[in-house]
Each structure stands twice: as C-alpha cells, then as structure tokens.
Design a protein around this ligand. Structure first.
Ligand code: ATP
Ligand code: MG
Length: 406
C-alpha cells in the first residue's frame, strides 16, 4: 500500500470537526477522478486536510490531496488507512463497491451511506425506489432471465435496453425497435441483468442537485437544462426560465422526495426527462419522468462553481462535515460546456488564450495526462449579466474550441 502524504499532519483527528480548529481535520473520499478533485479543492479551501483512495498514481484528485492512498477500492489495508486518517468519508463515483463503504462506516461517518449508493448502482433497484416514492419513471421491465425476456410487454418497444449495473455516459445501452433486436441486444450484453425502458419522446432533459444533511434538512441548486451528445453530457444551461416554472417546481419536489425516502445524507443528482406531450408515446406519464440518480455531485452541477454562491462541492463538504446547509443562490445566468478529449486533436492543447479572452469565461481543467475521445478533460463555465449575452459568448467559445453549436 502506498500513502503519499503531501504535508498532512499525522495521524488524523477522528472526532474533532471544528472548522479552523487547531487539530488536523481530514475529510476522505473514495475515488480520485475529477469530482474527487473538485471536492478536495472545496474542502481545502475551508481548511480541511484531505485523503483520497484511488489505485491510479496520477488520479486527478490524488495529485492534489494531502493523502493519496493508492490501493484497490476493496483493499482492507487501504480502507483501514483511509478510516484512520479521515474524520468522515464520502464518495465521488457511484460504482464504488458498496461493501467498502459499509466497512468504512463501522468506524467513521460515511455519507452517502452504502445502502443509498447500492440502490443508485442498480437500475432495477433505482426504478423500484422511484415507484416507491410515487415519482413517475419511464415504463420498464427488469430482464434477468430468458423467461422475463419472453414476457416483455410489446408496448415497451421501441425501447432502450440498459445493463442494470456499471453503465455511464451511455455505455451498456442498446436501442431496440423489435423483439428480435431485443433478443439480439440482450445476447450482445452477455445476458447480464438489464432493464428495458420504453423509448420516450423527449422535449428536453434536466437535472436537479439536492444536498441533504443528517438532520433531514435539504437544499437544492436551480434546475439544470442539459444537452447530451452521443450519450455524454455536452452543455448545461441554467437561467430563469430554462424550463417552465411548473416543471421546475415538480422536479425539485421529486428530487427532494427521492432523497428523503433514501434517508440520504450528502449531495444527490436526479436526472429527468421532460416529455413531448404531443407524441402519443408520452401519454399518461404526466410530462415529467425521472431518469436516474447519481449519489454524488454531477457533471450537470459544475456551473455552480462560478454561477452560485455555494457550489455543489461545498455542499458536499458541508453535508459531510455536518456544517449548516443554506439554500444556494444563483447570481449569474450561465452555460457550461464540457471539454472532452475530442478537442485535443493529436494531443495538442486547445487555444485557451482565445477562450480566456472572452468575458465571463471560467476554465476548469482536471489535470488528466492523456486526452482521448469522449474523456472528460475539463469544463468551461460562461457567466454574464444576461442569458442572451452568455449564450453569445458560449457559442463563440464553442466555435473557437471546435464544439458543435447548440
Ligand atoms: P450518465 O452518464 O448520465 O450516467 P447513463 O449511461 O447512465 O448516463 P442514461 O442517463 O440512462 O445513461 O441515458 C443516457 C441518455 O440516453 C439520456 O440522457 C437520454 O438522452 C437518452 N435516454 C435514456 N433513456 C431514454 C428513454 N427511456 N427514452 C429516451 N431517451 C433516453
Ligand atoms: Mg444519465
């Protein structure tokens, strides 16, 4: 086991969570990706030491954390070390093994808890949870056996077959029009447990980030309107009126209900579809359906770092350290552009000078050493006085970077 300590005091102060107190207070995070890195930055800004557990020696978060424990996520020694140095522990990716969180929770506060993460890891359990909360989701069927496959109702087609576990950025999904395509797709997915969802006519996609404290207090960021390309988030727009006020209110209420019913502590993102109700396939679904949840900060919440007075990562720190939660306020309309490896042709850096010459451009890069197609390398937040101005600037930035207009 390697624990590279970058000047952190030893050992961790387990109990003392006082802000700015004389003792070391270390917050731990499972996973060293970009979400972990931005959590680490937020925690350090508030005076905490940080510990990251990630096997990758050059993980984005590991490289900026006081402690970087380089072991597998299930390594008992690594977990023990993380618990030893950390006062409380969170996670930055949903596929962190739930048993590892359960192990950590024996000796330290862990937020979100293993049970909530386990539900978010499994589309079948996740959908059952939505049903339990009374929040509509796409009509679906769980397919774990050939008999369940044969029994699938015809009105779920055309649909999308999704692996129940380990999917992200559109991976592990096949669009199927007919029963024959469904059977072939399940074979292609190696007959693993899947969920078949009815293909819905989408008017737009949106998401809501909520932060819930241990006492059940819950705050939210404003509703994000999201554009996906090839199954990956491309653009997030957040401004007054990005979705209708009625839809926004329903989405926020649904997200809070989902968090509450999970007894959730931490930051939770809930993704929604707003349906095109002129299409018969949307009939009886009520216009808004929940898609999925992420038990952590989310790519669609990155705008909050520059457009809100409290970012989603500060909310994560506050929920983890049991600090007060205040309702965040968005102070600027904003558009976020995701910066994928596609805009590093032949590994050459994009023309940042031209982008940074634009008003209200906030560049975030994750310190990843290698760019590849579809890999999230960073994001660009554009803020301004009006959404008209923000959009014009964001389109300029997109043109400079070779990102298709939106
Ligand atoms: P993420 O990276 O958000 O975790 P994911 O791989 O888990 O993505 P989903 O969010 O389930 O995938 O789906 C990816 C995208 O595919 C959605 O954002 C939406 O554009 C489209 N999509 C998914 N399910 C449906 C559906 N039932 N009807 C229409 N479009 C859908
Ligand atoms: Mg999704």
């Amino acid at each position: 086991m390697t624990d590279s300590t970058n000047g952190a005091l030893q050992p961790g102060g387990a109990k003392d969570m006082t802000l700015g107190g004389p003792k070391e207070m270390t917050l731990g995070v499972m996973g060293g990706g970009q979400l972990g890195r931005m959590f680490v930055h937020a925690a350090q800004r508030m005076g905490y030491f940080t510990a990251v557990l990630d096997p990758d020696p050059v993980s984005p978060a590991g490289r900026v954390s006081h402690h970087h424990i380089q072991t597998a996520y299930t390594d008992p020694e690594g977990l023990e070390r993380l618990a030893q140095v950390s006062a409380a522990i969170t996670t930055e990716f949903e596929n962190v093994p739930a048993p590892a969180l359960a192990t950590l929770a024996k000796t330290r506060p862990v937020a979100p808890g293993a049970a909530a993460v386990a539900i978010a890891q499994d589309r079948a359990q996740e959908k059952a949870h939505f049903v339990k909360c009374g929040v509509p989701c796409a009509p679906y069927a769980v397919i774990e056996t050939a008999a369940q496959l044969a029994a699938v109702a015809g009105d779920l087609l055309p649909g999308i077959l999704k692996t129940a576990r380990m999917g992200y950025d559109g991976k592990g999904q096949v669009r199927v029009r007919t029963r024959a395509e469904l059977i072939a797709a399940w074979d292609d997915l190696k007959n693993v447990a899947c969920v078949l969802e009815k293909m819905l006519p989408l008017q737009l996609e949106c998401s809501v980030i909520v932060a819930r404290g241990a006492a059940g207090d819950c705050v939210n960021l404003p509703v994000q309107r999201n554009l996906h390309r090839d199954g990956i988030l491309a653009v997030t727009e957040v401004y007054e009126g990005n979705v209708s006020p009625a839809i926004a209110a329903r989405a926020v209420a649904a997200a809070k209900a989902i968090a509450q019913e999970l007894n959730y502590v931490g930051v939770l993102c809930v993704e929604f579809f707003v349906l095109d109700e002129s299409d018969p396939a949307a009939r009886n679904l009520g216009g808004l359906v929940v898609n999925e949840i992420a038990p952590r900060p989310h790519n669609s919440g990155h705008y909050s770092m520059d457009a809100c007075d409290v970012s989603q990562f500060e909310l994560q720190v506050r929920t983890l350290a049991n600090l007060p939660l205040v309702q965040p306020r968005q102070h600027s309309p904003t558009i976020m552009l995701n910066l994928l490896g596609d805009i590093w042709p032949d590994g050459d850096a994009p023309p940042w000078e031209a982008v940074l010459a634009l008003p209200g451009a906030h560049l975030h890069l994750y310190g990843k050493l290698k760019a590849s197609k579809g890999r999230k390398m960073g994001h660009l937040n554009i803020t301004g006085a009006s959404i008209t101005q923000v959009r014009a600037t964001a389109l300029q930035a997109a043109a400079i970077l070779g990102i298709a207009p939106f």
